[in-house]
Structures are given as structure tokens and as C-alpha cells.
Design a protein around this ligand. Structure first.
Ligand SMILES: *[C@@H]1O[C@H](CO)[C@@H](O)[C@H](O)[C@H]1NC(C)=O
Ligand SMILES: *[C@@H]1O[C@H](CO)[C@@H](O)[C@H](O)[C@H]1NC(C)=O
Ligand SMILES: *[C@@H]1O[C@H](CO)[C@@H](O)[C@H](O)[C@H]1NC(C)=O
Ligand SMILES: *[C@@H]1O[C@H](CO)[C@@H](O)[C@H](O)[C@H]1NC(C)=O
Ligand SMILES: *[C@@H]1O[C@H](CO)[C@@H](O)[C@H](O)[C@H]1NC(C)=O
Ligand SMILES: *[C@@H]1O[C@H](CO)[C@@H](O)[C@H](O)[C@H]1NC(C)=O
Length: 268
């Protein structure tokens, strides 16, 4: 009985390895072309292996984790990868977690990622990614982690991302984002987690709650300049007046002294 169950389980486990998936293959082939790997970290990322990335005998493609013969996790963090994120990554349709953090990737975040219907974790932090945060990410309804901190992203934070009810971690700090912080993220309704200033800091032109007021900062700089200029001018006026008074007084004294003398002098 036990042996039968074991054989049954083994046969189930063997099936996925024998299937190859054309969309995963397209995904990996294009991704390996868009990435540059100067440290040669992705040793087994070669053409024949893309056809069947979940084949156990290739001891799995580095960073790829399979489930039911499909890639469901790609973890390629901290490998000194360069290049760009291929839009064909969207062909890995079973992907649940994508971690390309701590590399040197450039270029945009492809809006095509919207078709990753199962994506729950997106960690692209610590790269050099440019362009805007695609609002289409709001279509990945299962997203619960969006970590894009320490990149060079520009433009606004799409308020649509507030629609992601499962979102529990959101970090876009240290980019070049601009505009108002959507209340849909900073001041979410109901019991949804709200994201504090830590998630938004380090973006020069981003403003609004929960960041400290930009306007105050501008004013305080003006105030400092004003106080500096004002006090400089005041001290100038004061010392000038002082000199004038001193001159007046001495003049008066001299005049008085002269008067005294003239008074002392007998009138002839
Ligand atoms: C798995 O990979 C090995 C080695 O590359 C290969 O010989 C074998 O045919 C592959 N299995 C399938 C089902 O593709
Ligand atoms: C890859 O994705 C593109 C665009 O989403 C689609 O047109 C193409 O058919 C996909 N390729 C495979 C092999 O699934
Ligand atoms: C990549 O290689 C460079 C030098 O060849 C080395 O300094 C660096 O630590 C390596 N990075 C990683 C993540 O392996
Ligand atoms: C994303 O990756 C970075 C660096 O690899 C890590 O420090 C960070 O904790 C990750 N983010 C989340 C939300 O797990
Ligand atoms: C947050 O939302 C509530 C209710 O919509 C509102 O009363 C409150 O003023 C908002 N707080 C901030 C800081 O925007
Ligand atoms: C901001 O939120 C994070 C969790 O998302 C928490 O660890 C941190 O302590 C909070 N910081 C402040 C200043 O409330």
C-alpha cells in the first residue's frame, strides 16, 4: 500500500519534468538576451536548457523554481547583472515571485508585466531602472509586495496601485519620483495597511502626506536667507547710525566746548 502511494506520488512528480512549456521558454530565452552577466553567474542559462527549465536533470536553471512544470519563482538577486528587463518576462505566466534586486539593471519596468496574473512579489530594488512606474501593475491583483526602492524612476506614483487590496509592503524610496503621494496608498481606507514616510522618502519632488511639508521646507530656506540678509542690513544701518550719532555728538561737544570758550571769553 505504502509503496503504491509512493509510486503514485513519484509518477505525478515525474510528469512535470517531462513537459516543456513554450511560454516559459520564450520568457527565459528573451530574458537571457536582455540581461548581461559579466560575472558569469548564470552558468546553466543556455539555449537547450530553456526548452525545459523544470527538468530536474539540469538541476534546475539557476534562480528558477518550478511547480507543476512551470516556473513560479525567479530569484536573481545580487548577481551584478546588467542590461534590461525583457518585456517577454510576461510570458512566464505562472510567475508568483520576481526578485531581480541588487543588480545594475537599467531601462524601464515593462508594462507587459501586467499579464502576470499570479504575481505576488515584485522586488526590483537596488538597480538603475528608469522611466515611470507602470500603472498597469495594478492589474496584477495578487501583488502583495512592491519593492522598487533605490532606482532612478521618474514621474508620479500611479494612484491605481492603491487598488491592490493585498498590498502589504510598498517601497519607492530613493528614486526621482515627483508629484503628490496618492491617498490610496498613504491614507488607505478600511483595514488596509497604510504606508508611512519610509516608503516615499528620498524623492526630491514627491510631496504630500506622509512626507514632511515641502512648502515649509521652501519657506524655511527663504526665512533663513531673509534673516541673514535682514540682520546684515540691520547691523549695517545700526553701525552707520552709531557713527552718525558719534559724529553728531562730537561735533556738538566741539561746538559746545567752543561755545563755552566763547562764553568764558569776555565780550569786548
Ligand atoms: C532533461 O535533461 C537531460 C539533460 O539535459 C536530457 O537528457 C533529458 O532528455 C531531459 N528530459 C526531458 C524530458 O526533456
Ligand atoms: C509571449 O508573449 C507575447 C505577448 O504577450 C505573445 O504574443 C506570445 O504569443 C507569447 N509567446 C509564447 C510562446 O507564449
Ligand atoms: C562581480 O565581479 C566583480 C569583479 O570581477 C567583483 O568585484 C564583484 O564583487 C562581483 N559581484 C558579484 C555580485 O558577484
Ligand atoms: C527586496 O530585496 C532587497 C535586496 O535584495 C531586500 O533588502 C529587501 O528586503 C527586499 N524587499 C522585500 C519587501 O522583501
Ligand atoms: C485620511 O483620510 C481620512 C478619511 O478619508 C481623512 O479624514 C483624513 O483627513 C485623511 N488624512 C490625511 C493626513 O490626509
Ligand atoms: C513605517 O512602516 C514600517 C513597516 O512598513 C515600520 O517598520 C516602521 O517602523 C514605520 N516607521 C515609522 C516612522 O512609523
Amino acid at each position: 500500500m505504502g509503496i503504491l502511494v509512493l509510486m503514485f506520488l513519484l509518477s505525478i512528480a515525474a510528469i512535470p519534468g517531462s513537459l516543456s512549456d513554450p511560454s516559459d521558454e520564450a520568457c527565459l530565452t528573451h530574458l537571457s538576451k536582455s540581461l548581461q552577466d559579466p560575472n558569469k553567474s548564470l552558468q546553466n542559462w543556455r539555449e537547450p536548457n530553456f526548452a525545459n527549465p523544470c527538468n530536474d536533470s539540469i538541476s534546475n536553471l539557476q534562480g528558477a523554481t518550478c511547480n507543476n512544470g512551470r516556473i513560479y519563482r525567479l530569484s536573481l538577486a545580487n548577481l551584478n547583472l546588467r542590461g534590461t528587463i525583457s518585456p517577454f518576462l510576461a510570458n512566464c505566466t505562472n510567475l508568483q515571485a520576481l526578485d531581480l534586486s541588487s543588480n545594475a539593471l537599467t531601462g524601464p519596468i515593462p508594462p507587459d508585466l501586467q499579464s502576470l496574473a499570479n504575481l505576488a512579489v515584485l522586488n526590483l530594488s537596488f538597480n538603475h531602472l528608469e522611466g515611470e512606474i507602470p500603472p498597469q501593475l495594478a492589474l496584477c491583483a495578487y501583488l502583495n509586495i512592491i519593492d522598487l526602492h533605490d532606482n532612478s524612476l521618474t514621474g508620479p506614483i500611479p494612484q491605481q496601485l492603491g487598488l491592490l487590496v493585498r498590498l502589504s509592503a510598498f517601497d519607492v524610496s530613493n528614486n526621482r519620483l515627483s508629484g503628490p503621494i496618492p491617498a490610496s496608498l498613504a491614507n488607505r481606507s478600511g483595514n488596509l495597511p497604510r504606508f508611512n514616510a519610509t516608503s516615499f522618502q528620498g524623492n526630491k519632488d514627491l510631496y504630500g502626506y506622509p512626507l514632511p511639508r515641502l512648502r515649509n521646507k521652501g519657506l524655511s530656506i527663504l526665512a533663513i536667507v531673509g534673516i541673514g540678509l535682514g540682520s546684515g542690513l540691520a547691523s549695517l544701518v545700526l553701525s552707520f547710525t552709531g557713527v552718525c550719532i558719534w559724529l553728531k555728538v562730537t561735533e556738538r561737544k566741539t561746538a559746545l566746548d567752543e561755545g563755552k570758550i566763547s562764553q568764558l571769553m569776555p565780550d569786548y
